[in-house]
Each structure stands twice: as C-alpha cells, then as structure tokens.
Design a protein around this ligand. Structure first.
Ligand SMILES: *[C@@H]1O[C@H](CO)[C@@H](O)[C@H](O)[C@H]1NC(C)=O
Ligand SMILES: *[C@@H]1O[C@H](CO)[C@@H](O)[C@H](O)[C@H]1NC(C)=O
Ligand SMILES: *[C@@H]1O[C@H](CO)[C@@H](O)[C@H](O)[C@H]1NC(C)=O
Ligand SMILES: *[C@@H]1O[C@H](CO)[C@@H](O)[C@H](O)[C@H]1NC(C)=O
Ligand SMILES: *[C@@H]1O[C@H](CO)[C@@H](O)[C@H](O)[C@H]1NC(C)=O
Ligand SMILES: *[C@@H]1O[C@H](CO)[C@@H](O)[C@H](O)[C@H]1NC(C)=O
Ligand SMILES: *[C@@H]1O[C@H](CO)[C@@H](O)[C@H](O)[C@H]1NC(C)=O
Ligand SMILES: *[C@@H]1O[C@H](CO)[C@@H](O)[C@H](O)[C@H]1NC(C)=O
Ligand SMILES: *[C@@H]1O[C@H](CO)[C@@H](O)[C@H](O)[C@H]1NC(C)=O
Ligand SMILES: *[C@@H]1O[C@H](CO)[C@@H](O)[C@H](O)[C@H]1NC(C)=O
Ligand SMILES: *[C@@H]1O[C@H](CO)[C@@H](O)[C@H](O)[C@H]1NC(C)=O
Length: 597
C-alpha cells in the first residue's frame, strides 16, 4: 500500500459499545458484519493555498478519514457536531435501501444542532465502489468536512481485473481562500462567486511547477513502486468547477464509476465533474528519470484566465532520479470543441459481463426492454431574482426546505409540510417561484428523467437512493424522438451525471426504493440557491414491510420540535450510563452466545 497523505484510520469497533448501541436503538441482530466510526467535525486552521483559513476537519483531518466497508456491511457513524452551526452528513451514492431516514439532507433529516451528537446507521446493501461523504447544509462542503467511502467486493465475488498492488485516493476540488460563511454571504448578496483561488488535491495546494505558484505551499506526494499497478480513486468534492485529471506520462485505465464497473478503457486524461467518483488502474511503467506531475485543472471555463485554478501533486517512484520539471501535460481533448469533449462521457460503458455486488452480471437487468411509465424533464435556467433574492430553479421552481422532514410529517400527519405538485415539464408561461414542490413518483415505476441544462455552466445532477442508466447525452433541446438514439444495451448506471450547457442528458430509473430522495445539482452555489427537489416514493400497499421505521434516535424539528428531548452532556450521567450499558450488553452478548450454541 502506497503511503499518501490521506490517512486511513481504523474503525473503532469496540464490540461492547456496538452491541450496546444495537440493543438500545432497538435494531435487531443482522447476519451482516458491522463497522463503526466516530466522526468529530470541528474547525481547524490550515493554509492549503498559503493563506491561513478556517477549514472543517473530521477527527482533526482534512480531508476526513476513509470510511471502509464491504458489500452488505452495516455502517455505524457517531457524528459529533463541534461546529458553531447545524450539520448533516450525506453519503453520496450510498443507496440507503428503504432507509431515507439516514440520508442526511434536509428533506429527510432534522439538522444536528451545534454541540450535539447523532448516530447514523445504514447498510451498504448490494453495493460496491467508490463514494464520498460530505456536509449537506450551510455551504459547509466549501470548507471541507468531506472524506472518501470505499465499499469493497465480498471475497466470493471477484473484481473484473487483477488485484491491484495498492490503492490511492485523491479528493480533488476547486477552493477559495474564503470560508463557507464568507462565500454564503456573497451568494446571499445576489452575486456569483467568481473564479476560485485554486484546486486542492487531498487538502493540499499546488506543487511549485512554475513561478506562478507562490513559495511555501504544502503539496501532495504519492509514493509508488516501479512496475506496480495501483487502483486510483478520484472524487471531485469541489464547489462548482469541472476538473480534468491526468498523470504525466501515465495512462488512466477507467474501471469503475459511482459504484459500477465500466468497460475498461485507457485515457490520457479524464474530465471529472463536481460530485463524481472514478476508479482508474495506473501502472507505474515509466523509467523514473524524474517524478511525474499529477494534475487537476479547471475545465469548461476560459482556461487562459483560469490558469491559477490548477491543482498539482507529485507522483514519486521509489527509484526516482529527480524532481518533476517542465510544463504541465495538457489534456488531449479540447473543450473549445465541446462536441469532441462529449465523446469522453459517451464512451463510458458498463461492463455487462462483470459482477457488481452480486454474482450475476451487471448487464442482467435488461433496462432497454422495459416500458417507460413517466417522463420528467427537469430544466435549469441561469439564476434569477425571486422576491428580491438571487435564486436558482428547476422547472421554474426554486426549492424551499420543508421545516419538518417529509416522512416524519407523513407519520405525524403534519399538514402543509410539502407539496407533491412538481411539474413534469418546464412551463415557460409561469414566472419563477419559491416552493416546497416535490415529485409524486410511482412505486415500481420505470421513469425517464431528462436534465436540460439551459444555464450557462456545466452542471452535474445527483439522485439520492438510486443509480440511473445514462442512455443519452447531446446538445440542443431534448425531444421525444431522441429516444431513437438511446443506448439500450450497455449504458453506465450511476448516481451523478454531467449535463453540458445548452445540452441534455437522459437517465432511466427503476423506482424500487421507497422513501424520499433528493434530486439536486451538485454545483454547490446553484444547490444553495434552490436548484433541487425530492421524489417521494411510497408503496401504495404500505404495511410497514417495505420502508424502515424511523430510527430510535430520530431528531424532531419544525412542527414536531416539541417531541425532541434535549441532549445533556453531563459527564457524570454519561459515565454511569456507559457502565450500565456495558454491563447490559455483556449480559446480552452472553445470552447471544448461549442461543448460538
Ligand atoms: C478496508 O477493509 C478491507 C476489508 O476489511 C481490508 O482488506 C482493507 O485493508 C481495508 N482498507 C484500508 C485502506 O483500510
Ligand atoms: C449523544 O447523544 C445521546 C442522545 O441522543 C446521549 O444519550 C449521549 O450521551 C451522547 N453521547 C455523547 C458522547 O455525548
Ligand atoms: C492501457 O494502457 C497500458 C499502458 O499504460 C497498457 O499496458 C494496457 O494494455 C492498456 N489497456 C487497454 C485495455 O487498452
Ligand atoms: C526515460 O524515458 C524518457 C521518455 O519517457 C526518455 O527520454 C529517456 O531517455 C529515458 N531514460 C532512460 C534512462 O531510459
Ligand atoms: C478568455 O479570456 C481572455 C482574456 O480575458 C480573452 O482574451 C479570450 O477571448 C477569452 N476566451 C474565450 C474563449 O472566451
Ligand atoms: C505556468 O504554467 C502554465 C501552465 O503550464 C502556463 O500556462 C503559464 O504560462 C506558466 N506561467 C509562468 C509564469 O511561467
Ligand atoms: C469485463 O469484465 C470481465 C469479468 O467479468 C473481464 O474479464 C473483462 O476484461 C471486462 N471487460 C472489459 C472490456 O472491461
Ligand atoms: C410495452 O409497451 C408495448 C406497446 O406500448 C406493449 O405492446 C408491451 O406489451 C409493453 N411491454 C410490457 C413489458 O409491458
Ligand atoms: C414572495 O414572498 C411572498 C411572502 O413570503 C409570497 O407570498 C410569494 O408567493 C413569494 N413570491 C414568489 C414568486 O415566490
Ligand atoms: C400521488 O400519486 C398517486 C398515484 O401514484 C395518487 O394516488 C395520489 O393522489 C398522488 N398524490 C398527489 C398529492 O397528487
Ligand atoms: C436556452 O434555451 C433557449 C430556448 O430554447 C435557447 O435559445 C438558448 O440557446 C438556450 N441557452 C442555453 C445556454 O442553453
């Protein structure tokens, strides 16, 4: 395993506390293993671009530690909010089967107040691949709080390539030297954020590749051995900039994205849009005359002006003969010819014969033969003033957060918490408005969602709780006849997709996961300004079997805030409780043993 500056911390899996948690939260024993983590979110001072600033760390680390699990594991994360604002963590790409209670967005969870703790528990059911967690409120992702999630294949299911010699994770993203609160103020005052101050790789600024980079910046070095092959997982956790990722003189063999194995294809460089995750196999097949540049540079912007928005790290062979030097490698595809740039995402295909989380091949779900039950065209427009504030819209609606989470509102019959009238087409005749409109989606439906980007920037859209088959992508306005051009055979299934400005992307989704699921633009500025909605998917024969009950620790807020007990943090009582819990759980563990044998 290569040593990189992203630290892998081992889970604090104390059996007793785990048993205790399970017993006290009323969750029954499941056959699948557990991993448990403590995540303490707090501010630290760091100077990734040479300017000291407040960033959000997890357990003192920026980016946060790896959450490492295997298919079907139960994951327990005790989150301690040591920030001065409320917090939710969301687990992008984790399907949360029947369990939107743990999704960590405002439509499904009450925010965790400052100084409170909250324990998330979910199962990474039927999943493999590369994902990440990040804060979903208050623009906090712009200050950090994110970290990688890996879901490994179970031993019995082989990965569709030889076992790599090591793994390296890169969290790349655009970055401002102002923190999330200052950036929020800019948006609140009706302005756009403007050009970022740089690109970070694993929380570090650029290597001084030429005189445009200030002195004294700490950069990332990835240590590798010659001849070895590494699985390199790359996540764009930035605010709003698409990034081109490349490693000087090395091919990137694309093998996985957002939890699905791709048809393996070599690229010299790859465009990674905000919120997307990719795995590449990279073979250290160079002669180590020098170190090599690792580059993440701004894309689909005026690249002559945005030169300083470039992240540069170093790939260091153990037998390297000297530092990297000379100009940075340039991407092969030219974004001034967007048609040619679009050939890259179109070339991402699913490996239909590879097994994913299950032994049967990924291609065994013949999505191309299923009739579409509904079509939703979701169109974004450039931000506009509504009621005196700058807002971003989907189908003319700028989303306002429900103050009571949707399924809690259902359960306790809170009227008017949300509306199910989200239009399935944009209507040009209606002025843009603020609303709490959601999609009333039909359980077991097979829907087509067309994202139409009429904004001026590249956008990526994400759907929680689901992946969708990316069957088509093109410029112009989507029309019904475009279905004729769809890939009905080996389209990649993923959860975050780019939509080119002036273009559209179509996805097919099989609605088998009940709950309330967020659909959002991942570009943080647009998301903050209201460019999102939710799908509410309820089994009409709901009998408690399909959707999980709210967890025992569910937080109440909004109309239900009186049901929320205060959190006391008295040391004495928690120690006493701790002892009692420990004794109780040891007793139960004994009982469990007795019943097992
Ligand atoms: C993640 O977990 C797997 C399986 O438990 C283990 O083999 C692997 O070494 C772990 N990876 C890291 C980086 O901790
Ligand atoms: C976390 O919050 C719960 C209440 O939800 C409380 O019982 C517990 O003591 C808290 N734990 C710590 C370590 O503060
Ligand atoms: C990808 O490129 C590497 C060289 O870096 C080569 O060894 C390998 O065969 C290529 N794989 C495919 C599938 O093209
Ligand atoms: C190493 O490779 C570079 C090109 O990649 C070549 O210019 C150089 O001569 C090679 N050096 C050695 C020692 O083989
Ligand atoms: C990029 O910016 C430069 C400097 O402002 C300008 O001269 C050039 O025309 C711009 N290029 C494009 C494609 O807009
Ligand atoms: C620094 O490198 C960039 C990208 O390789 C190049 O465009 C720029 O002209 C260089 N600047 C200086 C001052 O050398
Ligand atoms: C697809 O997956 C299989 C394993 O099932 C693997 O042998 C094959 O090389 C993969 N093909 C491509 C093109 O990635
Ligand atoms: C799909 O629709 C076609 C015609 O609209 C119909 O003939 C066919 O039976 C449908 N297939 C399924 C599986 O419902
Ligand atoms: C503007 O705000 C008022 C009062 O909050 C509200 O009634 C009205 O619907 C809002 N207008 C739009 C276009 O959202
Ligand atoms: C939502 O859709 C279901 C059918 O799937 C329908 O019965 C129900 O009335 C709809 N609810 C609203 C508020 O439109
Ligand atoms: C937005 O849509 C209008 C009308 O369909 C079109 O003329 C315009 O070019 C589009 N702009 C972008 C950036 O997509």
């Amino acid at each position: 395993m290569a040593t990189v500056s992203l630290h892998f911390s081992s889970p604090s899996s104390a059996l007793a506390s785990l048993l205790c948690f399970l017993l006290l939260s009323g969750v029954s024993f499941a056959a699948d293993p557990f991993v448990s983590y403590d995540f303490k979110l707090s501010y630290i001072t760091a100077s990734p671009l040479g300017v000291p600033q407040q960033v959000i760390a997890v357990n003192g680390q920026f980016p946060g530690p790896l959450l490492n699990a295997t298919t079907n594991y139960n994951v327990v994360v005790r989150v301690f909010n040591n920030l001065d604002e409320s917090l939710l963590l969301t687990w992008s790409g984790i399907q949360m089967r029947r369990n939107s209670w743990q999704d960590g967005v405002l439509g499904t969870n009450c925010p965790i107040p400052p100084r409170w703790n909250f324990t998330y528990q979910f199962q990474v059911k039927d999943q493999i691949g590369s994902f990440f967690y990040s804060p979903s409120l208050n623009f906090q992702r712009a200050s950090g709080g994110f970290g990688p999630i890996v879901v490994n294949n179970r031993n019995i299911i082989p990965i569709p390539f030889p076992q790599p010699d090591g793994e390296i994770i890169f969290m790349i993203g655009d970055w401002y030297t102002q923190d999330h609160k200052a950036l929020r103020k800019i948006l609140d005052s009706g302005k756009e954020l403007g050009m970022p101050d740089g690109v970070l790789i694993n929380g570090k600024g650029p290597y001084k590749y030429n005189s445009s980079v200030p002195d004294g910046i700490e950069y990332l070095t990835a240590h590798v051995d010659p001849g070895k092959t590494y699985r390199i997982r790359v996540h764009n956790v930035g605010i709003s900039t698409s990034l081109n990722f490349r490693i000087q003189n090395h091919n990137l063999l694309l093998v996985e994205t957002d939890g699905h194995y791709t048809s393996q294809t070599n690229f010299t460089d790859f465009d990674i849009h905000v919120g997307q995750s990719y795995s590449f196999l990279v073979t250290m097949d160079q002669n180590a005359t020098s170190d090599y540049y690792i580059v993440a540079s701004a894309r689909f912007v005026n690249e002559t002006v945005w030169q300083r928005v470039t992240g540069v790290g170093i790939l260091h062979y153990s037998n390297s003969n000297g530092p990297a030097s000379g100009p940075l490698p340039v991407p092969k595809t030219d974004v001034s010819a967007p048609w040619s740039a679009m050939t890259q995402p179109r070339a991402i295909r699913q490996n239909t014969s590879a097994s994913g989380a299950r032994p049967n091949p990924q291609g065994s779900f013949h999505y191309g033969q299923i009739n579409i039950t509904n079509t939703y065209i979701l169109r974004s427009l450039p931000p506009t003033m509504i009621n005196g504030s700058l807002r971003a819209t989907l189908n003319g609606i700028s989303f306002v957060h429900p103050i009571t989470p949707v399924r809690l509102a259902d359960r306790y019959k809170v009227k008017g918490a949300y509306k199910l009238d989200f239009p399935d087409r944009p209507f040009d005749s209606r002025p843009p408005r603020l609303d709490i409109s959601m999609i009333n989606a039909t359980y077991k439906g097979f829907i087509q969602v067309v994202f139409q980007n009429n904004d001026t920037k590249m956008q990526s859209f994400h759907v929680d709780g689901y992946t969708f088959f990316v069957v088509g992508m093109d410029f112009g306005v989507w029309t019904e006849d475009k279905k004729g051009s769809y890939n009905n055979y080996d389209a990649i299934s993923r959860s975050t997709i780019e939509v080119y400005p002036g273009g559209w992307t179509a996805g097919l989704i099989s609605l088998d996961n009940v709950g309330v699921w967020n659909i959002r633009v991942e570009n943080l500025d647009r998301w903050y300004l209201g460019e999102e909605t939710y799908m509410r998917i309820i089994n009409p024969e709901e009998n408690g079997q399909t959707e999980m009950d709210p967890p025992g620790n569910v937080l109440y807020c909004g109309a239900l805030r009186n049901m929320q007990k205060d959190q006391h943090h008295s040391a004495a009582t928690s120690i006493l409780n701790g002892h009692l819990k420990l004794m109780f759980s040891m007793l139960m563990a004994l009982l469990a043993l007795v019943f097992t044998f």
